[in-house]
Design a protein around this ligand. Structure first.
Ligand SMILES: NC(=O)c1ccc[n+]([C@@H]2O[C@H](COP(=O)([O-])OP(=O)(O)OC[C@H]3O[C@@H](n4cnc5c(N)ncnc54)[C@H](O)[C@@H]3O)[C@@H](O)[C@H]2O)c1
Length: 270
């Protein structure tokens, strides 16, 4: 069981939605500082002001950062470490589901997958115990659309989110022993945030199907998602996969994936 007491946390996409509420919950659990990296400066600065009033000066600092710009992302992570001595937790949370144009398809892959990969690689470098860090946890945010093909019309979003889980389990398995950094995949279920209004498909004719799928499951609050994120931080082993949905406690699904992997490995090796 891990605890958040005195931890330095960095979260991407923390100005709004689930990330903003995760920031609040992590501070309530005793985190020393949360650095929010986001493109939305107005909401980020307003959240910084309200949470510093609630928890004390310099508990939260917003830094404008487009995670698709590697120099900005790496620079912001280095700044967070230099200003706080350590980074203990990184949550690669920024994400968009809109894939209605070729430009947005590219942007989505850059935000949802590439920024998660590069954030994780830089995060490990800055946190690893064998290079002066004190270890920690990287939580990569996926979706139930990445757990199973429940929303095929969002084919870019689904494949990005599946890739996030595959990347997190592969890197989490092999690096943690040397680095002391856990890498965890976390899928949220449908959660009441502004993102739900931007689920636009490439084949626009499928937009209504996506709406019907989203409306067919119970929608949890951002508070539910944040509470589950705290549970995952406290309990997850490196390379594990978790789901937080339907306002339920966080649930580990790693054994289900491992069972399927074993079946495939049997076919590949027999
Ligand atoms: N809400 C849901 O139903 C749901 C379900 C499953 C997974 N998720 C995932 O949870 C995460 C958070 O989603 P949310 O619902 O809070 O969405 P949201 O739209 O409320 O918040 C996303 C945040 O990411 C920021 N962002 C967008 N592009 C960025 C960029 N290039 N650089 C930095 N920041 C950027 C936005 O400004 C915003 O603050 C996402 O990865 C999303 O895919 C959400």
């Amino acid at each position: 069981m891990y605890d958040l007491n005195d931890k330095v946390v960095v979260i991407t996409g923390g100005s709004n939605g689930i990330g903003a509420v995760v920031t609040d919950h992590f501070l309530a659990e005793g985190a020393k500082h949360v650095r929010i990296l986001d493109v939305d400066e107005k909401s980020g600065l307003s959240l910084q002001a309200s949470l510093n009033e609630k928890y004390g000066d310099n508990k939260v600092k917003f830094a404008k950062c487009d995670v698709t710009d590697q120099d900005q992302l790496f620079g912001a992570l280095v700044d967070a470490k230099e200003e706080n001595e350590y980074i203990d937790v990184l949550i690669n949370n920024a994400g968009i589901p809109d894939e209605s144009t070729l430009g947005l398809v590219r942007k989505q892959i850059e935000i949802n997958y590439l920024a998660t990969v590069f954030g994780t690689l830089k995060g490990i470098e800055l946190m690893r115990t064998d290079k002066g860090g004190r270890g920690g946890a990287i939580i990569n945010i996926s979706s139930i659309a990445g757990l199973a093909p429940i929303c095929p019309p969002l084919f870019i979003y689904s494949s990005n989110k599946k890739a996030v889980l595959q990347f997190s389990t592969c890197i989490g398995k092999d690096t943690c022993a040397n680095t002391g950094v856990r890498v965890i995949g976390l899928s949220y279920g449908v959660t009441d945030t502004p993102i739900l209004g931007t689920m636009n498909t490439f084949e626009r004719a499928f937009d209504d199907r996506v709406k019907a799928i989203v409306n067919s499951v119970p929608i949890q609050s951002a508070e539910d998602a944040a509470r589950g994120t705290v549970e995952v931080f406290k309990n997850a082993a490196s390379a594990s996969i978790w789901v937080v949905h339907r306002s339920l406690p966080a649930q580990e699904v790693t054994p289900i994936f491992e069972k399927a992997d074993q079946e495939i490995i049997k076919i590949l090796t027999e």
